[in-house]
Design a protein around this ligand. Structure first.
Ligand SMILES: [Zn+2]
Length: 470
């Protein structure tokens, strides 16, 4: 492919995975207005929330107007533009050149099916549903049809605003497809530090974002939707260190529905995923792209990793990674609308193969045991289907988890947290944490050769989490 395909062809590929999962396709032509409060959009948190929201919407909605006060653009992420609104629209056109995306002033709210407001914009919404969002620190707040309590003034942490945008995007999708009333979230505060949801606007005690966040050498295995989303949000964080990127795939149109980083040009040029991501993160981290599979990568004698992000879903990859006796691992996966964020502290917590037993389908061991709902892949939607907001959120959670690593007393949650994005987020079971079941037969849990693993991770940056084992 060397030119942009016509709309029907473009969307057939771009929306394929979303369509396999969605009950309807009304999301495509829903008319959406995104507006914002000047005082919020003038902050770093507000810019992150606005840009993430519009990037996410451009991955499924084709008809979006932006009505922002003329605040300055965001100088952290391209493209350059005079105002934040123009910048957002340009970014949306890069993701979907066929979309109807434009700046507007003094719009008629009744002309839209759904309105998203970053903060509390002046708005006579009438009967049109309004999703208001705000984020600050590690907290995200999303409220339906009522004013949103401000949290954006907290600090320069992008995590809360980015999570607010992802959860707000999920609420827009529910509205667009006419989800049942019981699935709508009236109000939620998502605490991305502890992975807990609250209906009230609570302010749990959380530490400031570390700065700089020195990660040493991070190895990302798999730069697909979740990996590229993690890379996108890493660019928002003051991270330092080396990032190894391992993937053999080129960007295709089917990837554009849920990666915030890949553009239509990437797909047209069949850019490699690692090169597109390396270019995006250039000047931010020391990037080592490797276009090939994991076995070829390890055969290339790479620098030892301090953290491994196993984000590829081919079964053999997980087995190979675990067999290499990895250091700390952080990973996330999506199953339709479910988002799992997972951690493995070596020799202390259930290993990668206990999260994903190799002899079974791509589901979590705990799911098989009936302890938690649906696992890593969508049986109805094929092995690689998830909603746009799920992949965005999964990537955001990976970046957020990396940001917590330098903090004293890490970790702050159980090894697995699950967010069921298409349910009422404040409802029972929408957010849960658990420890995956270990397999008695697992060759790594408990470790049959702990000394081998201990030697393998010796000197890595987060070795202290494992402890001496005495
Ligand atoms: Zn295990």
């Amino acid at each position: 492919m060397t030119t942009l395909p016509p709309p029907d062809e473009f969307y057939a590929a771009r929306d394929d995975r979303t369509n396999r999962l969605s009950d309807g396709t009304d999301y495509r032509d829903t008319a959406i207005l995104v507006t914002g409060e000047r005082d919020v959009l003038s902050t770093y948190a507000g810019r992150v929330a606005a840009r993430t929201t519009l990037n996410l919407l451009s991955r499924f909605a084709r008809n979006v107007d932006v009505d922002f006060p003329p605040v300055p653009s965001d100088d952290e992420l391209a493209p350059a533009a005079p105002t934040l609104a123009e910048q957002c629209v340009e970014q949306m056109r890069a993701a979907d050149p066929h979309g109807r995306f434009s700046c507007t002033r003094a719009p008629d709210p009744s002309a839209y099916d759904c309105i998203v407001a970053v903060g509390n914009a002046d708005l006579q919404a009438g009967a049109t549903p309004v999703i208001r969002l705000d984020g600050g620190g590690w907290l995200a707040r999303v409220v339906r049809d009522e004013p949103v309590e401000p949290v954006s003034s907290r600090d320069e942490n992008p995590v809360g605003p980015a999570v607010a945008a992802c959860l707000g995007g999920a609420e827009v999708f529910k509205t667009a497809v006419g989800a049942a009333e019981s699935a709508l979230t009236e109000a939620v505060t998502y605490d991305a530090f502890h992975h807990e949801a609250h209906e009230a606007c609570v302010e749990p005690t959380t530490p400031d974002l570390p700065s700089p966040i020195d990660l040493g050498t991070v190895r990302m295995v798999g730069v697909g939707s979740v990996g590229s989303a993690a890379a996108y949000f890493l660019k928002r964080l003051p991270v330092e260190g080396t990032l190894q990127l391992v993937d053999f795939d080129p960007v295709e149109l089917v990837n554009l529905n849920r990666s915030p980083l890949f553009t239509a040009d990437h797909a047209i040029e069949s850019a490699s995923k690692v090169e597109a991501t390396a270019e995006f993160l250039a000047d931010h981290m020391d990037i080592h792209p490797f276009e090939g599979d994991y076995d070829a990568f390890t055969a290339s004698n790479p620098e030892a990793a301090d953290v491994v992000l196993p984000l590829a879903n081919e079964r053999g990859v997980r087995r190979s990674i675990q067999h290499d006796r990895p250091p700390l691992m952080v990973h996330a996966s999506t199953g339709q609308s479910d988002v799992f964020i997972r951690r493995n502290i070596p020799l202390k917590e259930p290993c990668l193969l206990c999260h994903f037993p190799p002899d079974t389908a791509e589901t979590d061991a705990a799911c098989a045991a009936g302890e938690a709902p649906a696992g890593d892949s969508a049986e109805d939607g094929g092995p690689d289907a998830a909603f746009p907001f799920a992949s965005f959120l999964a990537g955001c959670f990976v970046a957020a988890e990396l940001a917590k690593l330098p903090l004293d007393n890490y970790p702050f949650a159980k090894p697995v947290a699950l967010v069921r994005t298409l349910t009422d987020l404040d409802g029972i079971g929408a957010v849960m944490q658990y420890i995956p079941g270990g397999d008695d037969e697992c060759p790594f849990c408990p470790e049959e050769y702990p000394k081998v693993h201990r030697d393998a991770i010796e000197g890595t940056r987060f070795e202290h989490l494992t402890g001496s084992g005495e």
